[in-house]
Ligand binder design. Structure first.
Ligand SMILES: NC(=O)c1ccc[n+]([C@@H]2O[C@H](COP(=O)([O-])OP(=O)(O)OC[C@H]3O[C@@H](n4cnc5c(N)ncnc54)[C@H](OP(=O)(O)O)[C@@H]3O)[C@@H](O)[C@H]2O)c1
Length: 274
């Protein structure tokens, strides 16, 4: 099994099906020099995924950690606070989990933004999102005004660019942007995080909206507990996992190109053998 990861995402250790996260030679050298870095020594076993090994590459792996810890560390989701969350790249590996976690943590409304009607349908009908917007065919601002009548409190941002400018415009005072990724900007010659337009920057300041960079590898001391929580959430079907599986290593290039075009719903997996 191989996981495909979108370009620009942070390099991440690969979990083995049963045992510890694999380390590079560089990691091992670092460990010898000082205390092991955060992700070292995390034990996983097959029961965590009920034998569904590919989940270690997604929902019960670094992708799940990114969604869970991103929401928890930067989202300020509070039960009973009547919050609305918007997720961009919502039908991708990370976004599809982040929206479900936002709902479980207490957001009363979770809206996904993605690039096709088929993805919108999957978000609402399969994953329980409150609504979904197809950014390729719909006016994001108009739709958000319609389906988020109380504004947006938490924005899990995977894509940046025009989509994010439109979301931030709808955000409430004291809201929080979880700066997970900026996939629409990765091949551009811009710093990270990419600068926003003056108008959007002014909105952030005048409404006291936070937009803090989140990097999962900075939170590896919380990874073991978070992986067990993700495992429980998946096994109890509180979180549903979507995967797009391509069979055969000979089709890895096809899978990669498809992922680069946004062809995947959930995690892109290449299945090599059982
Ligand atoms: N902060 C961290 O520690 C961390 C860790 C891992 C990943 N990440 C980041 O998290 C984000 C999501 O990663 P992932 O693994 O979920 O990727 P993924 O499964 O490939 O999903 C990303 C989705 O974004 C959408 N997208 C691509 N280009 C876009 C554009 N120009 N405008 C709007 N949407 C676009 C695509 O779907 P549609 O266009 O069809 O909607 C695509 O399926 C990436 O930015 C990645 O770099 C961050």
């Amino acid at each position: 099994m191989m996981a495909m990861t979108s370009p620009g995402s942070e390099a991440a250790p690969s979990p083995t099906p049963c045992g510890k996260f694999q380390h590079t030679e560089e990691d091992r050298g670092n460990e010898r020099e000082k205390d092991a870095p955060g992700y070292a020594g995390i034990h996983v076993d097959l029961q965590m995924v009920d034998g569904h090994l590919s989940y270690f590459l997604g929902a019960v792996g670094v992708t799940g950690l990114t969604a869970l810890l991103g929401v928890r560390e930067k989202g300020h989701v509070t039960k009973g606070a009547n919050q609305t969350m918007v997720v961009s790249g919502a039908a991708g590996a990370c976004g599809s989990l982040a929206g479900q976690i936002g709902r479980l943590d207490g957001c009363v409304r979770v809206v996904g933004i993605c690039g096709s009607d088929e993805k919108c349908k999957a978000l609402v009908e399969d994953l329980g999102f409150s609504a979904a917007v197809n950014y390729r065919g719909e006016d994001i601002s108009a739709r958000l005004q319609d389906i988020c009548p109380d504004g947006v409190d938490v924005y899990f941002d995977n894509v940046g660019g025009a989509v994010s400018e439109a979301v931030i415009e709808q955000m409430n005072k004291g809201g929080h942007v979880i700066l997970c990724g900026q996939i629409s900007q990765y091949n551009k010659d811009v710093p990270y995080p990419p600068p926003l337009s003056d108008k959007t920057q002014e909105i952030l300041q005048s409404r006291s909206i936070t937009r803090e960079r989140f990097m999962v590898l900075s939170y590896m001391s919380k990874a073991e507990a978070a992986l067990f929580e993700l495992s429980q959430l998946v096994k109890s079907a509180q979180i549903k996992v979507l995967e797009t599986v391509v069979n055969g290593i000979e089709n890895m290039g096809v899978a990669f190109c498809s992922m680069m075009r946004g062809g995947n719903i959930g995690k892109q997996i290449v299945k090599i053998s059982d």
